[in-house]
Design a binder for this molecule. Structure first.
Ligand SMILES: *[C@@H]1O[C@H](CO)[C@@H](O)[C@H](O)[C@H]1NC(C)=O
Ligand SMILES: *[C@@H]1O[C@H](CO)[C@@H](O)[C@H](O)[C@H]1NC(C)=O
Ligand SMILES: *[C@@H]1O[C@H](CO)[C@@H](O)[C@H](O)[C@H]1NC(C)=O
Ligand SMILES: *[C@@H]1O[C@H](CO)[C@@H](O)[C@H](O)[C@H]1NC(C)=O
Length: 586
């Protein structure tokens, strides 16, 4: 789920080139920033002189100002506390990519709101990066609106547990080391993370100016309704990814009569989320990992740099790398930064690659091959961050996305959990029994251990409704953090909703290229048609390049596509290379 865009491996020229194309419309200073403690969500923060949000006067109407290149931005005033709507306000930062058709045309279909997951992800960054392929998918009739949910990024009040960027960095709050440990890295890793989480929760309470308790999914759902109403409409059109499915399901349950079109993609079990269980996210993680392993075998030595003739041999070779890094971490110096490649970094790099197979499997294979040969540079670069810099002036990082904003949402949303270590240990043991990736997931829940004791009066379910228009749920057969099972479970609560299955690895539909899936998404938004129940969509090719050639679409097949399908093909290819939301990030 998450808001997360990514840390980029500079060793992969193609990937980086695409990534920069992806960001450059915003700013030559595009930065990739990872945040946070346990639940770290990696986000793009645009430093230095990005378009200045401070110059926009917050307004209760939608007052669009030109921003970035050809987009419009607004800061929309909403009540901070909907039970006391006059008391204080929050401002929601919004970025619009205007429909190609004029607003007075009968072809105009209104705004679609997007949430890129996390929680803590920035919709402003998201729509900046993916507007082109998404506009191709949904067609020219819609305004595409990315907004930073309250508490996050450029929306105010902003969540921050730390007095300054430097304080966050010194504590490791920006993510490179202590807080992104594998719980299996050492005998005391779990206990240390437990203790750190208590410090974070304590700081959250201590540094709260009174606004923290209002950073909830319930309030963000109300904000979305206000945004819809400010457009002179009463029905939401929405596409939410990962955590964005919690937001979408919450909206649909709270405001069933205000659903116009609602797509939730990479579906989270909202009940499990609000219970702060985090216990059923990893059901398909090993399956996703095996698509890397088996895909590498199938791709052959030309398609996969980490090739071995059998899956068992590849797994054995990875185990050797784990053991070797446990015994001897490798020091790395690059032209950007320096650090160690150790067991935790390897675990984390593999896990995050599972979110985005098309962008990351081939580079991961190369990095693992290099590592086997004793060169850890490529692997290090897959997770490398820009060297930390102090802000030259106070406004420079003013609207930076910070990881603790994600914790604020998920801890406020959820019920209180006991703080004792024994409880954490028991939870970890249970989670470990469900997945071999529990070592990276346990910290998500721990971020709520010492959370301030706010009243829990907000909406927390049930997630059931007869909505004014049926929901479309999307699930991949091998999604590392939002298993298909969850989409099917959540669908049961929403009358008439349909689950569309995409037969691919990766997190959310856009992480893999499927013309079939995105045609259904298009038809849903434009015509309101739902896929027949039980529909399974294929992807156009596998994640390793050699597989493309052998079993993917060949040149002949592409020639027979209609012009519309060919541009859709380009769109799904582009999104699969760039789409990288985190849930809840690492
Ligand atoms: C709209 O925005 C412009 C520029 O930020 C500002 O001058 C104007 O007062 C705003 N209008 C309203 C109604 O808020
Ligand atoms: C290690 O790999 C990097 C590419 O990731 C390369 O630039 C560098 O020269 C390699 N180092 C050695 C010692 O081979
Ligand atoms: C933790 O590490 C040990 C030693 O490498 C290994 O035997 C065990 O399977 C690992 N457990 C998990 C959950 O990764
Ligand atoms: C939906 O409508 C059905 C049939 O009218 C009704 O039985 C059910 O209770 C409704 N569900 C909700 C959540 O309102």
């Amino acid at each position: 789920m998450v808001g997360m865009l990514t840390r980029v491996g500079v060793q992969c020229a193609l990937f980086v080139a695409l990534w920069f194309v992806f960001l450059s419309p915003d700013s030559p200073y595009a930065r990739h920033k990872v945040q946070s403690h346990g639940e770290a969500s990696v986000q793009v923060a645009l430093a230095k002189d990005e378009f200045s949000w401070e110059t926009i006067v917050p307004s209760e109407t939608l007052n669009w100002t030109d921003c970035y290149f050809g987009h419009q931005c607004a800061r929309f005033k909403v009540p901070l506390d909907y039970s006391h709507p006059e008391a204080a306000f929050a401002t929601i930062a919004m970025r619009r990519v205007r429909s190609i058709v004029p607003h007075d045309s009968p072809e105009y279909r209104g705004p679609i709101l997007f949430n890129p997951g996390g929680p803590g992800g920035s919709g402003v960054d998201f729509i900046g990066g993916l507007a082109a392929p998404i506009a191709t998918i949904v067609g020219p009739g819609f305004d595409l609106i990315g907004f930073d949910p309250r508490g996050i990024g450029r929306s105010t009040p902003r969540v921050s547990f730390y007095k300054s960027r430097v304080e966050r960095e010194l504590w490791g709050g920006s993510g490179q080391s202590a807080n992104l440990l594998s719980m299996n890295a050492s005998a005391d890793a779990l206990a240390r993370s437990w203790a750190r989480a208590i410090v974070d929760g304590t700081l959250a309470g201590e540094r709260d100016d009174g606004s923290l308790r209002f950073i909830t999914t319930d309030h963000t759902a109300r904000d979305m309704l206000r945004i819809v109403q400010a457009h002179g409409r009463d029905k939401l059109q929405y596409w939410g990814f990962s955590y964005g499915s919690v937001l979408g399901a919450t909206f649909a349950s709270m405001f069933p009569d205000n659903v116009g079109r609602l797509v939730i993609d990479g579906v989270v079990d909202s009940e499990n989320y609000f219970a702060v269980e985090w216990s059923n996210n990893l059901i398909d993680t090993d399956k996703t990992w095996m698509t890397f392993v088996n895909g590498c075998v199938a791709a052959g030595p030309k398609g996969c740099a980490f090739f071995a003739p059998t899956a068992a041999e590849i797994l054995e070779n990875v185990d050797k790398l784990y053991a070797s890094l446990r015994a001897r971490p490798i020091p790395v110096r690059t032209d950007v930064s320096f650090g160690l490649v150790d067991y935790s970094l390897l675990r984390r790099t593999i896990f995050t690659a599972l979110y985005s197979p098309y962008g990351r499997f081939a580079p991961l294979a190369q990095a693992l091959a290099d590592l086997s040969a004793g060169n850890a540079t490529a692997l290090f670069k897959m997770s490398e961050l820009p060297a930390f810099e102090c802000a030259c002036d106070p406004s420079m990082y003013r609207f930076e996305s910070v990881g603790e904003a994600g914790s604020a949402v998920l801890c406020n949303d959820g019920k209180r959990i006991p703080q004792d270590y024994e409880g954490v240990l028991a939870h970890y043991k249970k989670l470990s029994a469900t997945s071999s990736w529990a070592d990276l997931w346990e910290p998500v829940r721990m971020s709520c251990l010492a959370w301030p004791d706010f009243p829990k009066t907000h909406f927390q379910g049930p997630f059931v409704a007869n909505t004014s228009f049926p929901l479309l749920l999307l699930g991949n057969t091998a999604d590392p953090v939002t298993p298909l099972w969850t989409a099917k479970k959540m669908s049961q609560g929403f009358a008439g909703s349909v689950v569309l299955t995409q037969d691919s690895a990766g997190h959310c539909s856009l992480s893999a290229p499927s013309i079939c899936t995105q045609k259904y998404v298009h038809d849903y938004f434009v015509d309101g048609t739902l896929p027949p129940p039980g529909t399974v969509c294929p992807v156009i090719a596998g994640p390793f390049p050699a597989v493309d050639v052998e079993t993917g679409m060949d040149a002949q097949a592409i020639l027979t596509l209609s012009a519309a399908d060919r541009s859709l093909l380009e769109a799904v290819r582009e999104s699969s290379m760039n789409f990288n939301v985190r849930f809840p990030g690492l």
